[in-house]
Design a protein around this ligand. Structure first.
Ligand code: DHB
Length: 392
């Protein structure tokens, strides 16, 4: 089988790339190791930047996100027991974010690709890319029935997430540099049947640790608590979770509303960037190339920004045979990757309790939050980066 672009991975980067290429008349095949049900059922973050929503709407994926997504025009930073609003409308000229979970974006992408006769192979295994520095790369894999298959293509996209196998094809040290940072905290995330506790997301700095109040629907809420990286969900009864959320968030203008918890999980924190994101005819996008810590919910938005630029470079190549855009791919996306990396690190570092802090660290954080929120320039910096700087 032959196609123009072989895409390894059917997450946000791979599926959006396939969709954007299709709109430019370019064929692709997406190879995904999980089943469609697993892809559509995995719980991840839920905040879409203005850019991501605009791209979905502009490319015909906007119906459900416009109908079911919750538009948020601000967030609250909470410290010293009080809320401080970051008003996106006022500070970014009407840009906003939309609460719409990642797996709903994936459902929309999969439905649209299949309507457009797109080729997504779910449940494949042993995916191997060969000859990515030649002009005839090929991908071998076992299909869902265990039969050996070969896909030849002109270009390969490595969109296979943080457990990527494609990244390893860029030779380490001689070509590739990995930048990695581990954090001394993690998030405990819950989904609960409860009424919303707040109209907008609350990011709370508290001496006991960070807490985040988010939402999914008017009936389902998503909240997170800072925990130790080696903590386990088994240590957290529902009562302990609610009492910790109350302790970290309740106060002037806020009171958490309890409910029935039906999902618990722990998310690790790390920052990772690999440079370059291209080698020969292999192009990495999304978590295969970089991971951000969850504070600010940037991961999927960054993946979508990568493939927006990658699809342009690929379509220029197929239209003109010019490799200029392909060779410039890394430089076209890395500044945004590092700005996003910085923003996620900055928000994390301002809001989380540092293990071993004797009090100085917390006082300093509160001073930083105070400095940022009392200044229009400071609030604007947060707002612009939270809603996402324009792609253009
Ligand atoms: C959510 C996740 C985030 O990382 C964040 O910063 C805000 C919201 C969420 O899952 O709702």
């Amino acid at each position: 089988m032959n196609t123009q672009v072989g895409i390894v991975g059917g997450g946000p980067a791979g599926l959006m790339l396939s969709h954007l290429l299709h709109l430019k008349g370019i064929d692709s095949v997406v190879l995904e190791s999980r089943t469609r049900e697993e892809v559509e059922g995995t719980i991840r973050a839920g905040v879409l930047e203005q850019n991501t929503v605009d791209l979905m709407v502009d490319t015909g994926l906007g119906d459900r996100v416009k109908r079911e997504g919750l538009t948020h025009h601000g967030i609250e930073l909470r410290f010293g027991g009080r809320g401080h609003r970051i008003d996106f409308d006022e500070l970014t000229n009407g840009r906003a974010v939309t609460v719409y979970p990642q797996h709903e974006v994936l459902k929309d992408l999969i439905a649209r690709r299949l309507e457009d006769d797109g080729d997504i192979r779910f449940g494949v295994s042993d995916v191997q890319v060969h000859g990515h520095t030649s002009d005839k790369p090929k991908i071998t894999y076992l299909d869902a029935d265990g039969n050996e298959q070969t896909l030849t293509c002109a270009l390969v996209a490595g969109c296979d997430g943080s457990r990527t196998s494609t990244r390893g094809l860029i030779p380490e040290t001689t070509v590739r540099t990995d930048h990695f940072r581990q954090y001394p905290f993690a998030w405990f995330g819950i989904l609960a049947e409860a009424p919303p506790s707040s109209e907008e997301l609350i990011y709370a700095n508290h001496p006991r640790g960070f807490a985040l109040i988010s939402t999914r629907t008017p009936e389902v809420q998503r909240h997170y608590l800072q925990v130790d990286p080696d903590d386990s969900v088994d240590n957290w009864s529902d009562d302990r979770i609610w009492s910790e959320l109350h302790a970290r968030v309740d106060g002037e203008g806020a009171e958490i509303k309890d409910g029935k918890i039906f999902q618990k999980s722990i998310l690790q924190f790390r920052s990772f960037v690999c440079e370059p994101m291209q080698h020969g005819n292999l192009f990495l996008a999304g978590d295969a190339a970089h991971t951000v810590p969850p504070t600010g919910a940037k991961g999927m938005n960054l993946a979508i920004a990568d493939v927006y630029f990658l699809s342009k470079a690929m379509s220029e190549y197929f239209a003109t045979r010019s490799r200029a855009g392909l060779e410039g791919y890394t430089d076209s996306v890395l500044p945004r990757v590092w700005r996003t990396q910085h923003f996620s690190w900055w928000m994390s570092s301002m809001l989380h309790r540092l293990p071993g802090d004797t009090g100085f660290g917390h006082k300093r954080q509160v001073a930083e939050l105070d400095m940022v929120t009392r200044s229009v320039a400071g609030r604007t910096l947060i707002a612009e980066n939270y809603v996402g700087t324009p792609l253009g």
